[in-house]
Design a protein around this ligand. Structure first.
Ligand code: ADP
Length: 357
């Protein structure tokens, strides 16, 4: 097993496109690290550089104690599972699992032993005689993982491995992956654009935007203390409400609400409020209250999402990496807000809600 260190890693494609920009990141031995960010932010490129499938333009990648910049993929002791994992359709599960080892001329008994171990671990032992066409999507996914695991790699690289599965299976595979990692403890880097997957799976998550690392930390820390506006808006579903406000003398005015914050610096500010941070209150509520005009109500069974708008000189904020640009954007006289309520709190579209933070 091994740690993986990105040191000032940059990837420039012809164009030029800076896909990864001066990435510094250390993945600890046996850690499960998630690289997350919107499509095109450079996640796959970062992963493919670890695998040796893309050349590194600048900086170094170290696996264990070895700088691997010039090490060919087959000598890197990594295993990779892609979104479009291809199993050999004419081979049984058993032969699919053992393929990589046989190709490396591993002795037959050793192949059998490793395949047995891995298939037991992944619950595939009943399926060894079947061909991929006789398996469900989830089972096929497990075979693809198993095929990577039999090689006992030092580092496991996963690129959106669950995105081809239906929603229910994805949730199942998520917990299965987590259990599997806890058991085998191989250093794992997992790429996803799905921030829910990121939060539920990772020991730590690394958030990328436009090739630049925005924040690294345990999921709850990133959720509770986003480093910048991009992370605030990207992590969390539905996203955090970001409202433009103005601060003077330790008070923030946002819409027709005033909030106290003795530490706030003067001038324009962004106020971020999670959808679950807004609660409906009665007429007699004493503190600051938003008057929300309800547009769309989405009942989800266990909760209700309410999309509406609030009065006042507030602005919607578009999510970008540069905080300054955010403040200049999207002047409007009403700001959209999303609330996460209990089913019994469900309002009617067109109605008004008094909401406290
Ligand atoms: P992600 O995995 O986050 O969706 P990628 O790492 O695939 O992002 O891509 C990062 C950026 O690099 C994107 O702007 C993409 O268009 C660009 N890119 C990826 N591969 C190539 C390539 N082979 N040639 C040129 N540009 C590329």
């Amino acid at each position: 097993m091994a740690r993986v260190v990105f040191d000032g890693v940059t990837k420039v494609y012809p164009g030029p496109v800076i896909a990864v920009d001066d990435l510094a990141l250390e993945v600890a031995d046996a850690e499960f690290l998630i690289l997350v960010g919107p499509s095109g932010c450079g996640k796959s490129t970062a992963l493919r550089m670890v695998a040796g499938l893309e050349r590194i333009s600048e900086g170094t990648i170290t696996i264990g104690d070895r700088v691997v910049n010039d090490v060919p993929p087959k000598d890197r002791d990594i295993a990779m599972v892609f979104q479009n994992y291809a199993l050999y359709p004419h081979m049984t599960v058993e032969r699919n699992l053992g393929f990589g080892l046989r190709r490396r001329r591993t002795p037959r008994d050793d192949v059998r032993q490793r395949v047995d171990e891995v298939s037991r671990m992944l619950g595939l032992d009943e399926l060894l005689r079947r061909r991929p066409g006789q398996l469900s999507g989830g089972q096929r996914q497990r075979v693809a993982m198993g095929r990577a695991l039999v090689r006992e790699p030092e580092v496991f690289l996963l690129d959106e491995p669950l995105s081809n599965l239906d929603a229910k299976l994805r949730v199942e595979m998520r917990s299965e992956l987590k259990r599997l990692h806890d058991r085998i403890g191989v250093t794992t880097i997992y790429v996803t654009h799905d921030q829910v997957e990121a939060i539920t799976l990772g020991d730590r998550i690394a958030v990328l935007s436009e090739g630049v690392l925005q924040q690294v930390g345990p999921p709850q820390d990133v959720y509770d203390h986003p480093a910048n506006v991009f992370v605030a808006g990207f992590i969390g579903s539905p996203p955090m409400n970001l409202l433009k406000g103005r601060a003077t003398g330790g008070r923030i005015t946002v819409g027709d609400v005033e909030l106290a914050d003795p530490q706030v610096s003067e001038g324009e500010v962004l106020v971020g409020i999670r959808p679950e941070g807004l609660r409906p209150v009665g007429e007699d509520h004493a503190g600051p209250v938003f008057d929300v005009c309800v547009d769309v109500v989405e009942p989800l069974g266990d909760e209700v999402l309410v999309h509406g708008s609030i009065e006042g000189p507030v602005a919607d904020v578009r999510i970008r990496a540069e905080d300054e640009a955010l403040l200049a954007d999207g002047e409007r006289d009403r700001a959209r807000v999303t609330l996460r309520l209990l089913p019994e709190e469900r309002p009617k579209p067109g109605s008004r809600l008094r909401v406290a933070i």
